[in-house]
Design a protein around this ligand. Structure first.
Ligand code: NAD
Length: 440
């Protein structure tokens, strides 16, 4: 197929739908074959991808591999290992009035042509991990990388057609106009990762065609730090989770809730932790990333005045650097508490105790993640039972999303639906009910 003139969205979808109709994407051999090709794309082009991620986000090679390239390879390996088992039809008991010879089961059917729209913050992982699930489920896929990570977008747009079946997988680059044009087409599923404002646009467009959606959104993920915990460990784990990718992580701890005494001690512990991770001058650390663009830099810099700067606080617009920053004495009404921070600023808010912390969380939108640092079983159980969040992490931020056997997704304002591992098969397939009553 000649791709020298850009294909119109309608033609792309029609072409992919024609491939799907031939049945080519359905056999498990095609699916695993595509997954192996995707694996080769990642392992053979790790250096190119890491360079692209560095150009877009200042990601270090270690971070690019750990959070994007190797992450996706692991998701592929897990899927290759278990796919046949996941796809096995599942028998269902049949009521007696249908007779002893009747049987029933469910089987997973591919949906057809699905659209995956990715954001800029983990621009490779968040395009490719959904693609793994969509291909494993036997679909044709249109993949739309984020225009705000342009080098990664261009790299993926070059590599994906070189490795995958171009009759079944298409990459469409671009921003709002291109995505709007795509959304006018009828897809069988739309998988969107990004902010909730655009999530609403996607869902409205999908409603026109009754297309189901998965919305992987964000929000303010709280971290509750209990009295009497080992603050050196807590601070190290909070800092790693918060300042990875310069805070531009959907499941990063957004803010800390703790009692006033712990807050004071935590400030000191966080200062040590940041120094341990990035040295005395994080701007010089190769491990520390940069803000994606000037618009986000200006937005974040304006938030630095939301409290007393306890750690960091400096910034440089010419390199889009914002230091790993901890803000203390932050009021719930402060600007930094009115939106998802999505940058390297960690506000500490004080509460009188667990009851107030739970109320604080429940007074706000349901977060994508909630983190609890507590040695008390009762505290852990109460938070688990009395709050709602996409995921819950005890003692370690971010790590739940690396467990392939856990569903990853939000609830309420943080999204709908989930994926990873077998949950991707649920998302990208239809679970068909089958009844068989012999004619004899
Ligand atoms: P973004 O600006 O890259 O937008 C995401 C995608 O939406 C892009 O592909 C973009 O082209 C498209 N888009 C933008 N405007 C559009 C419009 N008007 N119509 C149609 N499509 C449009 O990324 P972002 O939204 O800034 O990403 C950050 C947000 O994503 C944060 O809220 C973060 O928490 C969330 N996020 C969630 C997850 C998750 O897995 N739940 C992961 C990463 C980021």
């Amino acid at each position: 197929m000649n791709h020298s003139t850009p294909e119109r969205p309608a033609d792309i979808v029609a072409r992919l739908r024609a491939t799907f109709r031939t049945g080519r994407t359905k056999p498990v051999q095609w699916r695993t074959g595509q997954l192996r090709r995707l694996r080769a794309l990642l392992t053979e082009n790790g250096a190119d991808l890491a360079a692209a991620l560095h150009a877009d986000l200042g990601k270090s090679g270690t971070e690019a591999h750990r959070t994007e390239i190797d992450f996706t390879v692991r998701e592929i390996d897990h899927t290759l290992e278990h796919l046949a088992g996941w796809l096995r039809p599942e028998p269902a008991p049949v009521p007696a009035y249908l007779g002893a010879d009747a049987t029933a089961w469910t089987q997973y059917d591919p949906l057809g042509v699905v659209l995956v729209i990715a954001p800029w913050n983990y621009p490779a992982q968040l395009l490719l991990a959904p693609l793994v699930g969509a291909l494993a489920s036997g679909n044709a896929v249109v993949a739309k990388p984020s225009e705000l990570a342009p080098v990664t977008s261009a790299t993926l747009a070059r590599l994906i057609p070189a490795y995958l079946d171009t009759d079944a997988v298409a990459v469409v680059e671009g921003g709002v106009p291109e995505t709007t044009a795509l959304l006018a087409e009828r897809f069988d599923h739309i998988f969107y990762t990004g902010n909730a404002t655009v999530g609403r646009i996607v869902m409205r467009a999908a409603a026109e065609h009754l297309t189901p959606v998965t919305l992987e959104l964000g929000g303010k993920s709280p971290a509750f730090v209990d009295r009497g915990t080992d603050l050196a460990v807590v601070a190290d784990r909070l800092a790693r989770g918060k300042f990875l990718n310069a805070g531009q992580t959907c499941v990063a701890p957004d803010y800390v809730l703790t009692d006033p005494q712990t807050a004071a001690d935590l400030e000191t512990a966080l200062a040590h932790a940041v120094q341990g991770l990035f040295g005395t001058d994080p701007a010089a650390s190769p491990e520390y990333g940069r803000i994606v663009n000037e618009r986000h830099f200006d937005r974040l810099r304006a938030l630095l005045g939301s409290g007393r700067v306890a750690v960091g606080g400096d910034s440089d617009r010419s390199t889009r650097y914002i230091a790993p920053t901890v803000l203390a004495d932050v009021a719930p009404e402060a600007p930094v508490m009115q939106e998802e921070i999505f940058g390297p600023i960690l506000p500490i808010l004080t509460v009188t105790g667990l009851d107030e912390a739970i109320d604080f969380i429940n007074d706000r939108d349901k977060p994508l993640a909630l983190y609890v640092f507590s040695g008390s079983e009762e505290t852990r159980e109460r938070i688990a039972a009395e709050t709602s969040s996409g995921g819950l992490g005890h003692g370690l931020p971010l790590a739940h999303l690396t467990v392939s056997d856990l569903p990853f997704g939000g609830v309420g304002e943080s999204g709908m639906g989930s994926y990873h591992g077998r949950y991707s098969i649920e998302t990208f397939s239809h679970r068909k009910a089958v009844l068989d009553k012999p004619l004899g």
